[in-house]
Design a protein around this ligand. Structure first.
Ligand code: COA
Length: 255
């Protein structure tokens, strides 16, 4: 349980709202676990037909909490992380996932969208995957799903240069269904979710299964995760996390 993740179920829709706006909805272990609990419940509860993700405040999410990364980076045995559990749940979800995204969607904030079936962006949305800037590697099967969706060079620029992608570009390269004013993004996503609740559940579930290669996604998540864990323990990653905490640019030449 955490106050930073609100779970509501109404009329067939489970809404998961990231609610840590003072930290740009940076994701803590408790928030990942609460989202996993929601996704696991959605899989088995026939009353839930659609899961909708949204975030309070001006950002969808700033991604993994960097203080948590820093702690994992100096821990001898960080164990299986709540982030891994969440990503695995996303990768095997059989019910439709919908997202409403405003402002920054960093790291997993972007890679989770690759697992959503409908994505609505506010016109101020910025998708950012700065894994290499943090001395890490892509996760959530994004090393496969992102280039498959937008092409190798655009994906590489996002991963390796950390280039943000704006909402209009994301729409044009197939990462979103629509771009709307910030004030409308939640209602737009909710309306789509409501429409899905009226579609036949069995047909929706087969359609998603046909469109998603669950086994390949799981294999990619595993391979990435092994490398990600290794990278977290490097001096390069520690330098990146210290630099963020000290509000300075990282200097990888000294490690
Ligand atoms: N982990 C922990 N805290 C975070 C965070 C993160 N990922 N992202 C933002 N915060 C915190 C900041 O430290 C700051 O806290 P403070 O007010 O106590 O100093 C607060 O949230 C506001 O962030 P700030 O950087 O001042 O907001 P901004 O609007 O200038 O920038 C971002 C927003 C998201 C662009 C910027 O915060 C950022 O780049 N965050 C890191 C994103 C990241 O690398 N995530 C990991 C991806 S794998």
């Amino acid at each position: 349980m955490t106050e930073n993740l609100k779970t509501e179920v109404a009329d067939g829709i489970m809404t998961l709202t990231l609610s840590r706006p003072e930290k740009k909805n940076a994701l803590t272990g408790a928030m990942y676990d609460a989202m996993s609990d929601g996704l696991e419940r959605a899989e088995t509860d026939p009353a839930i037909k659609v899961v909708l993700f949204q975030g309070d405040g001006d950002s969808f999410t700033a991604g993994n909490d960097l203080a948590d990364f820093s702690a994992q980076s100096s821990s001898k045995d960080p164990g299986e992380s709540p982030a891994f559990r969440f990503i695995s749940n996303l990768g095997r979800a059989t019910k439709p996932l919908v997202a409403a995204v405003q402002g920054n969607a960093v790291g997993v904030g972007t890679t989770m969208l690759l697992h959503c079936d409908l994505v609505y962006l506010a016109d101020n949305a910025r998708l950012i995957t700065p894994f290499v800037n943090l001395a890490l590697v892509p996760e959530a099967a994004s090393s496969w799903l992102l280039p498959a969706r937008i092409g190798h060079v655009r994906a590489y620029a996002m991963f390796a240069l950390g280039e943000p992608m704006d909402a209009a570009t994301a729409l044009s390269c197939g990462l979103a269904n629509a771009v709307v004013p910030v004030a409308d993004v939640r209602s737009k996503a909710l309306a789509a979710a409501v429409t899905l609740t009226k579609r036949p559940t069995g047909s929706l579930s087969h359609t998603k299964a046909l469109m998603r290669e669950h086994q390949k996604i799981a294999a990619k998540i595993s391979a990435e995760s092994a490398l990600f864990k290794e990278r977290l323990q490097t001096a390069e990653a520690r330098e990146a996390f210290s630099a963020f905490a000290e509000r300075r640019a990282p200097d990888f030449s000294k490690v």
